[in-house]
Design a protein around this ligand. Structure first.
Ligand SMILES: Cc1ncc(COP(=O)(O)O)c(C=O)c1O
Length: 484
């Protein structure tokens, strides 16, 4: 039983009382928070990047730790009176180091994107800024004259990175032009093999040899297979690049020791970033783990890159990491993968086409264009009507582009937290198949085929809604919390 399933009446009282206090000041907010719980209880959450944090994690965030300013890091703050923030930050960092086997942990980033910015900054500071300053005979940037400063800025702005292409499952922050990372670095992408749809490590090596990047970024938002981080490190070493892994999605599988050996990013990359709220099941936030050589630069994240730390969220990170270090969390992580496999097998049996033909991790990527003649946008809406929350996602070389897409991404971290197992996943695969088979693309006002409009058979929708409700009744969210 997970902490979410076993919420006690003590916790119920705590949340109820807290909402009464909030409601006395701003009833709209208290009522929206109550409604959010009702809404989350009424649909199957298959969003691969979401989860349900435990009551202990949630409660650690709602208090006066939020009142404290604490720029800097523990022991080197720019504000007085940070003794309790220090305790919290040290607890979270030492838990993170222990859970992931990292040399160093920085627990201040407010989100995964912030963690990536800290990592980019740290690599540039270590690899470019520090040696350039040394060449100029100083360690203080303010000592540089205008010409030296211009030279340093030009060197910082002329670095290269490679990252996974967006339609193969990469993330916007991995050097894409629309994101600031694409303005910081000259970026080239590696995709997946057109036949296997898996990362082609020979191709990554060829690209790295040709492009000679400072930074290689591995990690993904929508790639359903294992990544060989040992292979990435050998490529990075060969070309003199730093290897960064963004494990935002699969940190829970690393913490739970499902991803080990070549597949454990922390053992192979010099720097690893993550969110804390996805499979890791903590508060909304981010984190950076790194080798000792990068620690000093990473620790300067705030105020060089980040806004002031959120002590209440660091407190919740410490609680979540304490949970992640238990045998129960390891079983949970194994169940996430077993469930994703069951979901994918259930869909394959119905003839649904999946990117890469299956999964090794927490996510499954359906090709709804080739399977059901729908865009991702239509499939996402039809599934939502039936009470199944997913998100549309590109598939490799997507003919429908990044907005309408041809794919639906699904993940099992949240439903595994509710205690659902393989049998439930098989049932859910059946519901998804039935709904999508009964959905037809609609027409545009000019009579063409729409990429947005759709028709879902009402009877099928109602039957699916009933089946979803049965599953949720058997696996309730925060069961003892009744907010009235
Ligand atoms: C691989 C990856 N990195 C970073 C992020 C960004 O995380 P956040 O939304 O916490 O900034 C995401 C979020 O979806 C992600 O999938």
């Amino acid at each position: 039983m997970t902490a979410v399933q076993s919420a006690t009446s003590r916790e119920a009282t705590a949340f109820s009382a807290a909402l009464d206090v909030v409601g006395e000041v701003e009833p709209t907010v208290a009522s929206a928070i109550r409604q959010e719980l009702a809404d989350q209880r009424s649909s199957l959450k298959l969003i691969a990047s979401e989860n349900y944090a435990s009551p202990a994690v949630l409660l650690a965030m709602g208090n006066w730790m939020s009142d404290k300013y604490a720029e800097g890091i523990s022991g080197r703050r720019m504000y007085a009176g940070c003794q309790n923030v220090d305790i919290i930050e040290q607890a979270a960092a030492s838990r993170a180091k222990a859970v992931f086997g990292a040399d160093h942990a920085y627990v201040q980033p407010h989100s995964g994107i912030d963690a990536n910015l800290v990592a980019f900054w740290a690599v540039l500071a270590q690899r470019i800024e520090t040696p350039v300053l040394a060449d100029f005979g100083t360690s203080n940037i303010d000592d540089l004259n205008e010409a030296q400063w211009a030279e340093l800025r030009s060197k910082l702005g002329n670095q290269r990175m490679i990252g996974m292409s967006l339609d193969a499952g990469g993330h916007l922050t991995h050097g894409f032009r629309r994101n600031i990372s694409g303005k910081m670095f000259d970026q080239r992408t590696y995709g997946t093999d057109p036949t296997t749809q898996r990362i082609d490590y020979d191709e990554v090596r060829r690209l790295a040899r040709e492009f000679r990047p400072l930074l290689i970024v591995a990690g993904y938002s929508a790639y359903p297979r294992l990544v060989d981080f040992a292979a990435f490190r050998s490529i990075a070493d060969e070309v003199g690049a730093t290897l960064m892994v963004d494990m935002a999605h699969f940190a829970g599988l690393v913490a739970g020791k499902v991803l080990q050996g070549d597949y454990d990013p922390v053992q192979h990359a010099q720097i690893v970033t993550t969110t804390t709220h996805k499979s890791l099941r903590g508060p909304r936030g981010g984190m950076v783990l790194c080798d000792n050589e990068l620690a000093e630069h990473v620790d300067r994240g705030c105020p060089m890159v980040l806004g002031g730390p959120l002590p209440h969220v660091m407190a919740a990170k410490a609680v979540a990491l304490a949970e992640a270090s238990t045998p129960a969390f390891a079983s949970y992580a194994q169940q996430i993968v077993a469930n994703a496999k069951a979901l994918s097998e259930g869909l394959l049996q119905k003839g649904t086409s999946l990117v890469t033909g299956g999964t090794d991790n927490h996510l499954v990527l359906m090709d709804v264009a080739s399977s059901y003649g729908l865009t991702g946008r239509q499939a996402e809406s039809a599934l939502l009507d039936a009470g199944v929350v997913t998100n549309r996602n590109s598939v490799p070389r997507d003919p429908n582009g990044a907005w309408y897409t041809s794919g639906i991404r699904m993940g099992t971290p949240a439903l595994s937290t509710l205690g659902m197992g393989q049998a439930e996943m098989t049932e859910i695969a059946g519901i998804i198949h039935e709904v999508l088979s009964a959905t037809k693309a609609g027409t545009t006002t000019s009579g063409g085929t729409s990429k947005v409009n759709y028709d879902l058979d009402a009877k099928v929708r109602e039957r699916a809604q009933e089946r979803v409700k049965e599953l949720l009744d058997k696996h309730p969210l925060y069961p003892s919390i009744q907010l009235g």
